[in-house]
Write a protein that binds this ligand. Structure first.
Ligand code: NAD
Length: 256
């Protein structure tokens, strides 16, 4: 379905980004894996995807907190047909204690990076007359939770950016949409479990069900494969007229 297309997935040596990279490769796309690190494991991951799915796969290191590196990633990747803005971090603290540098970092990685990569990628997409931009926002792009001021702000910003880019590219056979996952069990979420167990004096199972999945009516995590599949759908011709919108993959969270 996607053979001949080149996809860049930011923040894809782990979790949802890796799941998306694998799904797009499964559909025949060549993929660029990215993170800020540059380890032999990162490059081995790309090589494994190339072998497993018989596509071209490369790892390109670029720090998504840095505007110039965001734009350099797109330039280095080449003719980018599909851009998935996925890199993201989390930090939880009351607003009065939220460190300014952490606020700036979350805004840069979770939101501004999507501005820089999109700005760089739309030029070539227009020239070639086809493009897909998929922003991995969050249920927190549509709703809020306490203590996540920077994350919620950044994700709402990503949803706004999605609509704006969609309007600016609407006549160019480029679509821009946001996927809003509920909780997906990745290292980002796994890292929150021990602290929450300690904070509430709960076992792991209770934390998962009553804290993490409290707002997820299905009481199940979404999977990286499901987010990958939703991304692949948005890249298919069935989605040619889907642009400027959000797709929730949240087990009913935003229906509450
Ligand atoms: P993760 O920690 O497994 O992956 C985050 C990825 O971002 C990693 O590949 C990491 O290397 C990369 N990254 C972090 N800082 C970076 C930087 N400065 N430059 C380049 N890459 C960087 O987390 P995840 O759960 O897979 O999250 C991926 C995206 O999905 C994030 O944007 C997150 O906000 C979003 N999301 C996650 C969930 C969830 O429940 N896991 C829910 C909704 C949205």
């Amino acid at each position: 379905m996607l053979s001949g297309k080149l996809a860049v997935i930011t923040g894809s040596n782990s979790g949802i980004g890796l799941g998306i990279a694998k799904e797009l490769a499964k559909q025949g796309a060549d993929v660029v894996i990215n993170s800020f690190s540059d380890t032999p494991e990162d490059h081995a991951m790309a090589e494994k995807i190339a072998t497993d799915f018989n596509v071209n796969a490369r790892y390109i290191a670029a720090d998504m907190s840095d505007a110039a590196q965001c734009r350099a990633l797109i330039a280095q990747a080449g003719a980018v047909d599909i851009l998935v803005n996925n890199a993201g971090i989390q930090y939880v603290a009351p607003i009065e204690d939220f460190p300014t540098e952490t606020w700036d970092r979350i805004i840069a990685i979770n939101m501004s990076s999507a501005f820089h990569t999109s700005a760089a990628a739309v030029v070539g997409m227009r020239e070639r007359g086809w493009g897909r931009i998929v922003n991995i926002a969050s249920a927190h792009g549509l709703t809020a939770s306490p203590y996540k001021s920077a994350y919620v702000t950044a994700k709402h910003g990503v949803v706004g950016l999605t609509k704006t880019v969609a309007l600016e590219t609407a006549e160019d056979a480029i679509t821009c949409n946001a996927i809003c996952p509920g909780y997906v069990l990745t290292p980002l979420v796994e890292a929150q479990i021990p602290d929450t167990m300690e904070q509430y004096g709960m076992d792991r199972e209770t934390v998962v069900r009553d804290v993490l999945l409290q707002r997820q009516p299905s009481k199940q995590f979404a999977t990286t494969e499901q987010i990958g599949g939703t991304t692949a759908f948005l890249c298919s011709s069935a989605a040619d007229q889907i642009t400027g919108t959000t797709i929730s993959v949240d087990g009913g969270w935003t229906a509450l």
